[in-house]
Design a protein around this ligand. Structure first.
Ligand code: ADP
Ligand code: MG
Length: 356
């Protein structure tokens, strides 16, 4: 088997699909909801980063996707396997053949008393894939692909952190998984080594077509992937899509656009600074406009809260609010003035930043 044969088959089914995924841990009578209805879809061959603060549920998600833990509720499907219902035998086969994983701790990925080549070969031995010359050839090909061919006879203790993670990626790919999962693969590396390891993962994704999911607290990962999903409080909240366009002067322009994630039933998470800026909490008013939905502070019972958005705040040709009740407070309210003041402060801060 050659490396190119491991490319993921073209398919319209997502390779990773999480729908309303919930994981509740109970310890000493205390419940922790690590995942609170998480939604995520990754298509075959995609490379996606999930970014979130410590404790946001990233490792919980990856441990479920790697088949080492089971979710409390919801749907988790990876390359045709239903992770909530699969039995013991399917689970073992899934871990050996369908997914490969790279963990943050280099010591968890590699056996210290085996060389790089032996570590990769061991993964094939455990899974019973390839033997003899084809196995040796694949070990060489993988180590070369990860740029650590010359380190084949060294043990992990004789490698740098970045080289160890490259060998770990080769081990994860040993049995041609359809999906590669990595939990903070650069967590123990410095900035430039991290960037090089992420580029190596991108190379593997491009070369082999293996669907790749990286979870990390490091926001700079978004510079290395086309799609970054933000996880907050056990839910995916926003997504940044990066694309490259060629402008009218023939120059390549890199564009990053941020989107809020909307689930099947219409839930989305407003960015924290939006909520703070308009003091949004508990209840908000919504209005359907021609091409967008407006969100205003609830402020129930306020005399000025029944005023609909003035026509000059609607897009051209937009009808008035589709329903009569939801409405925006008059722009002269204390809240609106404070939001304007904050916006003015922010732009003043930006201006002084630019002067420096
Ligand atoms: N085995 C466990 N038992 C109890 N609580 C856990 C367990 N694993 C994770 N948690 C809790 O779940 C939350 C999410 O943890 P984790 O997935 O490790 O976050 P992250 O990887 O984003 O830092 C945290 O509050 C953590 O304390
Ligand atoms: Mg973690």
């Amino acid at each position: 088997m050659t490396l190119t044969e491991t490319a993921a088959p073209a398919s319209t089914q997502p390779h990773i699909l999480c729908t309303d995924l919930v994981r509740i841990f109970s310890a000493d009578g205390v419940e922790v909801q690590a995942l609170q209805g998480l939604n995520l879809r990754v298509d075959p061959g995609e490379m996606v980063a999930v970014v979130g603060a410590s404790g946001s549920g990233k490792s919980t998600l990856l441990t479920i996707l790697s088949g080492l833990d089971t979710a409390t509720a919801g749907v988790a499907r990876v390359a045709g396997h239903d992770l909530l219902s699969m039995g013991g035998r399917e689970r073992v086969a899934y871990q050996r053949h369908t997914v490969g994983f790279v963990w943050q701790q280099t010591s968890r990925n590699l056996l210290p008393y085996l060389t790089s080549a032996e570590n990769v070969a061991l993964a094939m031995n455990v899974a019973g894939t390839l033997r003899g010359a084809p196995r040796a050839r694949r070990v060489e090909e993988l180590l070369e692909l990860l740029d650590v061919g010359e380190m084949r006879d060294r043990r992990p203790g004789e490698l740098s952190g970045g080289q160890q993670q490259r060998v770990a990626i080769a081990v994860a790919l040993a049995n041609s998984p359809q999906v590669l999962l990595a939990d903070e693969p650069t967590g123990e590396l410095d900035e430039s080594t991290s960037a090089a390891v992420l580029e190596a993962m991108r190379g593997v994704n491009a070369e082999l077509g293996v669907t790749t999911l990286i979870v990390t607290h490091d926001p700079t990962v978004s510079g290395h992937v086309r799609r970054t999903v933000q996880i907050r409080d056990g839910r995916t909240s926003t997504e940044v899509l990066r694309s490259t366009r060629v402008d009218e002067h023939g120059e390549e322009q890199h564009i990053a656009e941020e989107f809020a994630v909307l689930d099947r039933v219409g839930r989305l998470q407003l960015p924290h600074d939006f909520m703070q800026s308009l003091e949004l909490r508990d209840r908000v008013r919504l209005a359907l406009e021609a091409d967008h939905v407006g969100v205003w502070p609830g402020d129930e019972g306020r005399a000025d809260a029944a005023t609909p958005p003035p026509p000059d705040q609607r897009p051209p040709g937009a009808p008035a609010a589709a329903r009569a009740e939801p409405a925006a407070p008059a722009p002269t309210s204390r809240r609106a003035r404070r939001a304007e003041e904050r916006a003015a402060e922010a732009s003043a801060a930006d201006a002084s930043e630019e002067e420096r």
